[in-house]
Design a protein around this ligand. Structure first.
Ligand SMILES: *Cc1c(COP(=O)(O)O)cnc(C)c1O
Length: 361
């Protein structure tokens, strides 16, 4: 038997052409690159979690429906009773489920550019066509271009993050509603940063049968647990449930997330501290020469410099890791993105950046 020993003969060409999602090493660094919440949980809650972990039935498979966790989420997030909930191993997995479910031949997944890179990558994984409609130069939604693209491509699914990543801004709700009304397919509003924005499309779910809402606990302090959720009508979620692998949310994640959700005041207080620091950082960045900063409703800030790669590298050498977006999209030329950290981390980042800007052109 002649074996096909070469990956190029077995693996799909669009996958061969992809680069794996790169996560840079961050050991020992001030880590401001991934929108993580920088705060630990209070000691009392840590102790409660330790107790739960000690006796967790890890010899058993988890509850495949995670019924208790869903009940906690419904209460904590004020999810309407009329809506169904689907849980994912992070919301990344939910994006993948939706794309797999909608991937008929030639089906289109549409988003904006720049957007969360996983929308494009997962469209490719699932063998969907990806269409990215550029934002305007001020990074707002180009509603005319969106409506034109919807008419032309008839997308099965539209993903829009609200607030958007990597730009940090909220799109206008009116524009989102126009898109939801105009599109023949479903619209997933990705509210990964809702804790820092204060607004939500949750109250629009009843009104629009093609609207789905995605949330995650990752940016609110539980990135390591991997828990995302999709909220919407069961006529959609029942179909996605068929593709969900039965034990995608583990015993530990279910137990710990429930424990933390019994103390939502802790997460809310941490989000408030992050928002205060965001205001402070926005002001300090705005006061710097050779730098332009964009407004943010998220826990990160996008800003533009004259030489992003050099500044990114210099910060890195000095032990501060942020995200370099130069080259990701023309609208992001010379752009950097920093996550709001603790006051100490932010102060160190701002002081170091200030020094670098003074010394370089
Ligand atoms: C971080 C992020 C996610 C992914 O969250 P996980 O739940 O950790 O998978 C989804 N959407 C956007 C816009 C994000 O920025």
């Amino acid at each position: 038997m002649a074996h096909l020993n070469n990956p190029t003969e077995i693996i799909r060409p669009e996958l061969l052409a992809l680069h794996a999602y790169h996560v840079p090493a961050a050991t020992g660094m001030i880590k401001l690159d991934a929108m993580e919440n920088p705060y630990a949980l209070p000691q009392s809650l840590q102790n409660e979690i330790a107790q739960l972990a000690a006796t967790a039935p890890i010899n058993r498979y988890p509850d495949p429906n995670a019924a208790d966790l869903k009940a906690s989420l419904r209460e904590a997030l004020d999810i309407p009773d009329s809506m169904a909930v689907l849980l994912g191993n992070g919301s990344d997995e939910i994006i993948q489920l939706i794309a797999m479910a909608a991937a008929k031949p030639d089906a289109v997944l549409l988003s904006v550019e720049p957007a969360f890179v996983m929308f494009r990558m997962i469209a490719t994984f699932a063998d969907m066509k990806y269409v990215g409609v550029p934002l305007k130069t001020n990074l707002s939604l180009d509603i005319d271009a969106m409506l034109k693209a919807i008419e032309q491509h008839r997308p099965a699914v539209i993903f829009l993050a609200y607030p958007n990543n990597p730009t940090g801004n909220l799109f206008e709700e009116d524009a989102l509603l126009q898109i939801i009304e105009a599109t023949p397919g479903i619209v997933v509003i990705d509210e990964a940063y809702q804790a820092f924005a204060g607004v939500s499309m949750m109250n629009r779910l009843e009104q629009y049968p093609n609207l789905l809402l995605m949330r995650t606990l990752s940016k609110s302090g539980l990135a390591g647990l991997r828990l995302g959720l999709l909220i919407g009508r069961s006529m959609w979620l029942d179909e996605f449930e068929k593709l969900r692998l039965p034990y995608n949310v583990g015993v530990m994640t279910q137990l710990i997330a429930q424990a933390v959700l019994r103390h939502t005041d802790v997460l809310t207080a941490q989000a408030e501290r992050i928002k205060i620091e965001r205001t402070n950082m926005l002001a300090q960045l705005a006061a710097m020469d050779k730098l332009a900063v964009y407004p943010s409703d998220a826990n990160f800030i996008l800003f533009r410099v004259n030489n992003a790669t050099e500044i990114f590298q210099t910060l890195k050498q000095k032990g501060i890791l942020i995200k370099n977006l130069d080259g990701a999209h023309t609208l992001l030329d010379n752009c950097l993105r920093v996550t709001v950290g603790t006051p100490e981390e932010n102060a160190q980042f701002l002081a170091t950046l200030h020094t670098i800007l003074r010394e370089k052109v």
